[in-house]
Design a protein around this ligand. Sequence first.
Ligand SMILES: [Zn+2]
Length: 650
Amino acid sequence: MVEQRDLAQWFLRITSYAEELLADLEKLTGGWPDRVLTMQHNWIGKSVGAEIEFAVDGSDETVKVFTTRPDTVFGSTFMSIAPEHPLVEKLITGTGQEETVRAFVTRIRNMDRIERTADTLEKEGVFTGAYCINPLSGRRMPIYVANFVLAEYGTGAVMAVPAHDERDFEFARKYDLPMEVVIQPEGAELTPATMETAYTGQGTMVGSGQFSGLPNEEGKTQIAEWLEANGKGKRTVNYRLRDWNISRQRYWGAPIPVVYCEKCGIVPEKAENLPVRLPLDIKTRSDGRSPLGETPEFYECRCPACGEKARRETDTMDTFVESSWYFARYTSAGDNEAPFDAQALKYWLPVDQYIGGVEHAILHLLYARFFIKALRDCGYMNLDEPFANLLTQGMVLMDGAKMSKSKGNVVDPTEMISRYGADTVRLFCLFAAPPERDFDWSDSGIEGASRFVNRVWRLVEDLPAGMAPMAPCSSSSDDCTGAAAKDIRQKEHATVKKAGADIQNRFQFNTAISAVMELVNALYLTRDELGADEKGRRVLGSAVSSVLAMLAPITPHLCEELWEQLGHKDMLTARPWPRYDEDALLRDEVVIPVSVNGKLRSKMTVPAGTGKEELEKLALAEANVVRHTEGLTVRKVIVIPGKMVNVVAS
Ligand SMILES: [Zn+2]
């Protein structure tokens, strides 16, 4: 077999989807974090450019250029064309520059390509003797042949804007060519005489006729549209996004199912021969090269079209290919005939909630979006977007910095788990911050989490004897014989409501945990009183069960153990989230703060639903209010029923 090193690389044409990938970001607004949407927006990098025709002075010829900076056309003061540009001979005829230009062109054409395209190349050029006309400023621009302009790139001609392009700046300084500032950065006043480098940033347009005063980004579109409307060029759209090269020269990764045949060329492997499997008996190489090219058992094959001897592609696919659709396969994992089942896809996709680090913002998450759109267009699914909601979780930092072994600022999770237990470490992480935020590792934070875990343990351990196992939210209002029982039952149901909403709607485990902590505190204060009779024990048992049910997603081991200790026979994890009762949320009594001239002077406990007039009367009768209004005239009493009373006196 001939040693054959294929230079062929396989690409997926993601650029065909650039516009849709950009436009559909709109559909993800609200479900995806804004910063991820912005990163994708910038990565796709849509920019409006222009193709512009510069008329050659005294001739019918035009020089065509392409630019991504139509906002700088007014600042273009000369033209640079490639030595290979087809117009060179015509331009120099009769100018007296023929010999100089031809000698230069010959010298540059003989240069080594790599040398010519190197960043370090000394910029040089010669004047052709010809001029062209700037279609916007009307300036007569000298045309230069320049060594850094390549014929195969763009149109082989570049409108030079020395004030706003580094390469043109260097060239203009060298040959003493004019420079015009047409973009002024905010708060600065650039002048060609004092500039030491080109200004390539954003700013306000100046010296640009009717476009002066516009922000330059806006000017790009407006100038491109003007050129098109006036027949001097056309608006073009460019994307920063490039096609996706999926060829990898390594062993792991899905084989690219393609065969090279001398007679038939490139032939896809037959469907019945799929999947192409990687060989298992390979010799790994010390130089890091893929062993597939050295494994004839793998690459020697028959052409699927003509049956002759052929060679299998030895590159494998980028692993991002598989991660672009694995979630679709998850819907149909048992299907051995097809990648996925249409009914299953319809039921499960899009993924309701996707979770991943922000490092995936542009590669994985963009590839997956593209892949789903491409599969849709191939007729495999009827879906525009793979992930309806995205959560990008933050990182645990150490003293504000990312943990890394080389910096030595690493907390070993195994060590923390063996010292405090997995539940404590989980509780600490979930309590420290909302999930999308980074937060600092804190020794006192984990100590606090450990104390709370122990507090919950003791709460159950020290429960009065003779308690029957109660389900969460299962005590009734009839069980509430006193204020303490009423208060605990109300708090239990309110906490279930709040914690459930915090976790389900916004993943705010931290605020859910704080609510449960408050309930635990209240239980510590009332457990002796409640434990004194059977009805009270029912209220206590129900509330303790609710505590365990709410903490189960956070500290599962602790909660299962305590659940069993309460006498339950089932697993807590198999239970649904507790159901609170709307009626139980209502309080019989409420505490109303009373202020005098904005300063809190009293708190009164009144029946819930007490009306405005009654509240005013009660507030004015409070002893401390009477003391603080003595000798004053009450001007006004502001009452918000159920909330507060403020007495205005002077
Ligand atoms: Zn063939």
